[in-house]
Design a protein around this ligand. Sequence first.
Ligand SMILES: Cc1cc2nc3c(=O)[nH]c(=O)nc-3n(C[C@H](O)[C@H](O)[C@H](O)COP(=O)(O)OP(=O)(O)OC[C@H]3O[C@@H](n4cnc5c(N)ncnc54)[C@H](O)[C@@H]3O)c2cc1C
Length: 139
Amino acid sequence: MALHRQPAYTRGLLLAGDAAGTVNPFNGEGISYALETGRMAAETVVDALARPEGLARETALRRYPDRLRAAYGRHHRLGIGFLALLSRPDVVRFATAHGLKRPALVNAALRLMGNLGDGWDGDRTDRAIAALTRLAPAV
Ligand SMILES: Cc1cc2nc3c(=O)[nH]c(=O)nc-3n(C[C@H](O)[C@H](O)[C@H](O)COP(=O)(O)OP(=O)(O)OC[C@H]3O[C@@H](n4cnc5c(N)ncnc54)[C@H](O)[C@@H]3O)c2cc1C
């Protein structure tokens, strides 16, 4: 399930992990996302409970989906595009014939797919991935 199909917060209900659709579309990994979003949900609830009941609390809770989107939205959007490409045999044939021969490309692809880059603080490959990710609209 992708982030956009399931609201991570509707009044009174915060979703984390698979229920919030945070599985990495590139590779199906969801354990780290479940842990991370569980922590984000808990932090959001702590923040909300520190505010007076009513609009202020509700506003704090409503920030949770934006937080998920900021953390994963662009990366997961790229992953959805990647899945669309995987459904095209011509693209897969081309990528396996030409891409697999290039270790640097394979390394970059694995970092992108696993969401393992260090972003703008990383090396050249990480920065290229960060730039590519920035171009994608968030899911
Ligand atoms: C075959 C397979 C292999 C996978 N391999 C990997 C992998 O190698 N690496 C990786 O990162 N991810 C992997 N995943 C994905 C990963 O397992 C999930 O993304 C992750 O477990 C999601 O955690 P979660 O806490 O959101 O949900 P879950 O782990 O599904 O936990 C939800 C829990 O809620 C319980 N529950 C459901 N309904 C109720 C209810 N009404 N009342 C009380 N309890 C309820 C369920 O029994 C379950 O224990 C794999 C998934 C599958 C199916």
